[in-house]
Design a protein around this ligand. Structure first.
Ligand code: ADP
Ligand code: ZN
Length: 545
């Protein structure tokens, strides 16, 4: 590693220890801080959880930089800003927050401070407030005239990109910062890595010869695996076999799931606790502290567990339910192996887990949820399913592609189960099989028969179950059409057809109050039925006994 030196190094290090109580910098933090203190424009690309806030909070408390005064942070996420300001106040750093919902009196108070002698160190504002409030603009102009604007920080800078899903109208106006305050350095930060977005940010904010800090999002010490979700015992034996007495996190959805699984793990002799948003604060803090200190080894948690945890020696992160987004998955697995020693990220996958997530998305708690938002969430979770089912492309390539990063497979070094299993997989053409599955579903539909996914698979496989016999489906012409395929391949085939919207599961109102989901032809069924669209599956043939 290069020596961290320069005119500001001693002040930077002393504040790192004294104010932030940290021992060392993570990658690029020192360099970004040094550059902004030297008065340069800075662009920082760092994964979520990588430590972007320190890059602007630390220079804000330093006195020795080229520019002095208030650091103004523009951020779109209100909840996160509140949280950050509170944490800064806990560290005795003078930070204030000005948003469109700040109370009148509080606003006046902040304004008075800005014109007076007790200016805060950091001022957090929303882009909307900046756009509409002339008071705020006057206040900034006043600071500028007095040379008391140290820098502008644009957090989540990708919100400026018009094609992105996080696009924020008010971010468009941030280009005026450079025109109105030409001498004030700007620092832009984001976790979105594609080149197009980055160029857009640099251009729109009019950054001048910026110091650019990009890092690969690859975490070379993490082993990414996706395995079929089986019994809890399988997971227990994995943990006991590989990570006995080591620290880990198991992510689940739902408080009940967390509590039940933690209990079950304790019964099996593992040192586990649970954590979810619905616990009261004292319980949360206790659980977190016990895990942090090593008194408890395994935390079974919802994604509420994460913010602010910083334990270096997490040896495994397990997802026991389907994550809802790839970026969430990346962030959650990213909590493993912060000490750069090997760590395991295992996702236990079952296509069945998609169903409850989709129901939740389609039946949102918030009545104001827009159609677009629902569609976006659906798309996001389908991307996770695709990741789970794609057993041929290196998992790192798939994960990093999500952030716009190109990755070379040879740099995976076999540390994902797709690279490790390479050669074990064969690609098989299943166009004919897909057609015969669709013909089966079509004929059941024509006969006005409602069958579940499981039942349909059983007919196709030629399973001799009571239900199949009861309905006389053992006499159906398509009965046993897929009897020569392995169980895994049949499952994969149906899942892929569902994934492609060739088949859909639809709930149909029946007399009973249970809304059973039935398998039907989907909007894309014709592609295969009449369009002769080919289908290939990459799968691992069963090793003959
Ligand atoms: P980001 O904004 O990039 O998502 P944060 O700034 O919220 O990330 O930082 C994530 C976590 O990492 C926080 O808990 C923070 O305290 C911790 N962190 C940041 N920098 C360091 C460091 N140099 N050493 C140890 N922990 C750090
Ligand atoms: Zn790989």
């Amino acid at each position: 590693p290069v020596a961290l030196t320069g005119p500001y190094a001693s002040e930077i290090f002393s504040n790192l220890k004294r104010v932030f109580r940290l021992d060392s910098f993570r990658r690029n933090q020192f360099e970004a801080i040094d550059a902004t203190m030297a008065g340069r424009d800075v662009f920082v690309l760092m994964p979520t959880g990588g430590g972007k806030s320190l890059c602007y909070q630390l220079p804000a408390v330093c006195r020795g930089g080229k520019t002095k005064g208030v650091t103004v942070v523009v951020s779109p996420l209100l909840a996160l800003m509140h949280d950050q300001v509170n944490r800064l106040l806990e560290k005795d750093i003078d930070a204030v927050l000005l948003t469109s919902s700040t109370a009148e009196e509080e606003s006046r108070n902040i304004t008075a401070r800005m014109y007076g002698n007790s200016k805060p160190t950091l001022l957090y504002i929303t882009p909307e407030r900046l756009k509409i409030s002339s008071n705020l603009k006057n206040m900034l102009a006043n600071l500028y005239r007095r040379r008391e604007l140290a820098r502008f920080v644009i957090d989540e800078a990708h919100c400026i990109a018009t094609w992105g899903q996080d696009f924020r109208e008010a971010y468009q106006d941030l280009h005026t910062l450079r025109d109105d305050f030409p001498d004030v350095p700007i620092m832009a930060l984001t976790a979105t890595a594609d080149q197009k977005t980055m160029d857009d940010i640099l251009g729109r904010l009019k950054l001048r010869n910026p110091a650019i800090f990009k890092q690969s999002f690859n975490r070379p010490n993490l082993n990414y695996r996706v395995v079929p979700k089986g019994s809890v015992d399988e997971m227990v034996s994995f943990i006991k076999g590989t990570h006995q007495d080591k620290t880990g996190v198991i992510y689940r959805t739902g408080r009940d799931n967390c509590e039940k699984l933690a209990k079950k793990l304790r019964e099996k002799g593992l040192n586990a606790k649970h954590f979810h948003a619905k616990m009261d604060n004292v319980d949360k803090e206790t659980a977190l502290a016990q895990w942090q200190s090593g008194e408890c080894h395994i935390m079974v948690a919802t994604i509420a567990f994460g913010m602010g945890i910083d334990k270096a020696d997490v040896r495994f992160v397990i997802h026991y339910d389907l994550p809802k987004t790839m970026s969430g998955y990346y962030q959650e697995t990213g909590r493993a192996g912060r000490d750069d020693l090997p760590a395991d990220c295992v996702l236990y996958y079952s296509y069945k887990d998609l169903r409850p997530i989709l129901s939740m998305i389609r039946d949102p708690k918030d009545p104001n949820t827009t159609r677009e938002s629902i569609e976006r969430q659906e798309q996001a979770v389908r991307a996770v399913v695709q990741y789970c089912e794609n057993e041929s492309v290196c998992r790192r390539i798939q994960i990093l592609q999500h952030f716009g990063e190109k990755f070379d497979k040879k740099d995976c070094h076999g540390l994902c189960n797709n690279c490790a299993n390479e050669g074990l997989f064969v690609t098989q053409d299943v166009t004919k099989e897909a057609k015969s599955v669709l013909a089966l579903v079509q004929s059941l539909e024509r006969g006005r028969e409602n069958v579940t996914l499981d039942h349909c698979r059983n007919i196709y496989k030629g399973a001799n179950t009571a239900q199949v016999r009861d309905k006389g489906h053992n006499n159906h012409p398509a009965y046993g059409a897929g009897k020569d395929l392995s169980k895994e391949l049949v499952e994969l085939l149906f899942n892929r057809l569902l994934y492609l919207d060739v088949l859909v599961e639809r709930s149909i109102q029946t007399n009973s109050k249970w809304h059973q989901q039935y398998l039907k032809l989907g909007p894309c069924a014709d592609d295969f039925l009449t369009g002769n669209k080919p289908l290939q599956l990459s799968h691992r043939p069963k090793t003959p006994k």
